[in-house]
Every structure is written in C-alpha cells, then in structure tokens.
Design a protein around this ligand. Structure first.
Ligand code: P1T
Length: 381
C-alpha cells in the first residue's frame, strides 16, 4: 500500500457495532467485565483504549514498524524512551535539538545518573571518542531544530549497531511522509504528533514506533506504569489529521522552498538554513534519505541583533508569532527566547543559534501572501 492510502486506511475499520466510518471516540475510563478477568481485551483505559489502539496501528504502518505506543505529549514519549536507561548509562545526542529535549536530558536525567553528550553526529572522529561501554543510546534529531542540519541516519545507526548501542530518531520535523528512520537502520522513531501528524495546532500528543517485539512490550509496560497516556479525543484528532498528512506536507514543502529562495535573495537576510537549497551543505544527504526537504526554514539577519529580530517577529501579519510547528497555518518564532531558551547561550552560539535567528514553520496558505508578509516585515528594518 502506498503512503496516502495507508494514512487514510491503515488500522482503521468501520465500527463493528454501528458501521461508523470514522473511528469512534471511546470516552470511557473502564470496561464492563462478564466475570472477573473475562473481558473483550479492554480492562482499564490507561492500559488500553480502542481509539488509541487504532492510532497506534496507523502510526506503526506509516513508519513501517510493528507497533506504536502513544503518549500525552512528545516529551512524555521521549521520557518513556529515557526510562529504559539505568543510572550510569550515557547518551550521545545531536548537538542541535529541541530545547525541551535538551532540558529533559540535562536538567532531569542527569540527576538520576544518566549523562548526555551533545555532539555533531556528522563528525565521526568526535563521536567515536565519546563511545564507551556506558553508551546505551544515540539520540538523533534530523532535520534538527532549529538549524535544519541533517544527520546521516544510516551511517550513525550502523556505527551504533557495531557497538551494540540503541538508536532513536526524533522524526518530528520530517514526518513519516518524508522520512522513515526504521528503514534506515534506526531502532526507535519518536514523534511530537502535536506537529505535522496532528497538523491543525489543536492537540498535544506523542508517539513512539518500533520494529522489535521486546522493545514494544517494554514501552507498552512503561506507558501503563507511568500513565502519561493521551485522551481518546486527542487520539481521534491526530487520526483525523493524519488522513491529510501527505497533501499538507506536500504543499507546505513547496511553499517552504519558495520562501527559502525569496529569503536567500533578500538584502536584509544574511543566511538561510533550508536543506532544499542547492548550496546547503546537507542538500545531497537530504535528497538521499528524505523524500522532500520539509517545511521548516530558519534565517539570520544582516544586522545580527536581537532588536532587528524582534522587529521582524513583531511585524508579520499572516505568520503568527508562536511556538510549535507543523500546522496548516504559518508560524514565526525566535528560538533564542522561545523554543530554545532552556539551552545556555554559549551552547546555542556553538551551533549557530544566534540571538537574531528566526524560525519559520511554513504552512499551506497561498505562498504569494506568505512572501508578501515577510517582505513587508523585512522592509521595516
Ligand atoms: O511539544 P511536545 O508534543 O511535547 O513535543 C516536544 C518536541 C519533541 N521533538 C521535537 C523535534 C520538537 O520540536 C518538540 C516540540 N517543539 C516545539 C514546541 C517547537 O516549537 O519547536
């Protein structure tokens, strides 16, 4: 089955009782049992919920995995993965990544004796030096948030495999429509479904997809034991969002490429970060491992000042100043004070995340209007 057909149909059957074509929202906390221990496979809604099960089947199909495990947010999903580690274990992670992911590893897990190293995963020599018997997990985010660097999934996963280390790819920025990390050798894929999967900025949800039965069991155990499960209505919203994932992402990518080209030619812009641009250092790698270049674009201003960035951010009319991404509407953000404020400034500057860096989540509006909006904001500098 091809992607669009899977997005709409995988795991989804008409309701056996009523024939309802759309998956019902099973808004229940518990299920009647005929006798103690005799039930229809559903005991308690933290453990199993039919709406959630359909979403999990659908997501497993989209990522070519065997199972998916859903959580109340992307961070809760990441938390579950990190809970498979033990005190003394170490993580090697992308050095450019979502501020919240950095915060969870450094501010929470370090207290429990799990240490994370942040490094350019493209620098094999540096990575090799960090690998030790303590290394248990590679945390790969690609494209990275917010610099849009691309990590070679195949290369990193084969290096990890040679050392018996587990690999996890945060596939949020690409979405399964553009990239399937399990096919490239990763063990685990994680998503903030809040973004492209949901697609309408109306739900917060996280998902893990795996291809190994034992890992799936361990993560389902943690899902139930920890209890950070998504509600059935949220599962329904993500399921509905996924039905148009392919056409939304297709259009958003087209728009993003035009926006990136416009910014690249603009005299007030010094640098554009978008893997779809031919002169981007990751262009060829992105072409190899992705089926499109995504719809996130970051850029820096000629005058690299906080004041100029604030002026642009305050003057767009269609691009809404907000955190998050992946919705139908275009958003503009300032990583230094918003999504990446939890990363120390000196760490941010090391990866090029300056005080004037601006991040766009390009939506599916008419691209002429988006470009006109950016032009009128930039002209005010
Ligand atoms: O927000 P939540 O659903 O908990 O997902 C966290 C998360 C995980 N991974 C990546 C790559 C992310 O970008 C995020 C959330 N990011 C934003 C809110 C943002 O604006 O970048």
């Amino acid at each position: 089955m091809k992607f669009g057909t899977k997005a709409i149909h995988a795991g989804v059957e008409p309701d056996p009782v009523t024939g309802a074509v759309m998956t019902p929202i099973y808004q229940t906390s518990t299920y009647a049992q005929e006798a103690p221990g005799q039930h229809k496979g559903y005991e308690y809604a933290r453990t199993q919920n039919p709406t959630r099960s359909v979403l999990e089947k659908n997501l497993a199909a989209l990522e070519n995995g065997i199972d998916a495990i859903c959580f109340a947010s992307g961070m809760a999903a990441m938390d579950a993965i990190l809970r498979t580690l033990n005190p003394g274990d170490e993580i090697i992670s992308t050095n450019d990544l979502y501020g919240g992911s950095y915060r969870l590893m450094v501010r929470v897990y370090e207290r429990f004796g799990v240490k994370a190293h942040f490094v350019d995963l493209g620098d094999q020599e540096k990575v090799k030096k960090l690998i030790s018997p303590k290394t248990k997990l590679f945390w790969i985010e690609t494209p990275t948030n917010p610099m849009l660097n691309i990590v070679d999934i195949k290369k990193v996963c084969s290096m990890a495999k040679a050392h018996g280390i587990l690999t996890c790819v945060d596939n949020t920025f690409a979405s399964p429509y553009l990239q399937n990390p399990l096919d490239l050798g990763a063990d685990i894929v994680v998503h903030s479904a809040t973004k492209y999967l949901g697609g309408h900025s109306d739900v917060v949800l996280g998902a893990i997809i795996v291809k190994d039965e034992k890992l799936a069991q361990d993560l389902h155990f943690l899902q139930n034991a920890m209890g950070a499960v998504p509600g059935p209505h949220d599962c329904f919203l993500v399921l509905r969002g996924i039905k148009t994932l392919h056409i939304r992402v297709e259009r958003a990518c087209k728009n993003a490429k035009k926006v990136a080209k416009f910014l690249q030619a603009h005299p007030k812009v010094s640098k554009v970060y978008y893997p779809g641009l031919k002169d981007n250092p990751y262009h060829e790698l992105a072409k190899e491992q992705m089926r499109g270049f995504g719809a996130m674009v970051s850029f820096d201003l000629q005058k690299d000042t906080f004041e100029d960035a604030i002026r642009v951010l305050s003057n767009t009319r269609i691009f809404t100043l907000a955190e998050s991404l992946g919705g139908v509407e275009s958003l503009i953000g300032h990583p230094a004070t918003m999504t990446h404020a939890s990363i120390p400034r000196e760490e941010r500057l090391k990866v090029g995340l300056t005080d004037s860096l601006i991040r766009l989540s390009v939506g599916i509006e008419d691209v002429e209007d988006l470009i006109e909006d950016l032009e009128q904001a930039l002209v005010q500098l």
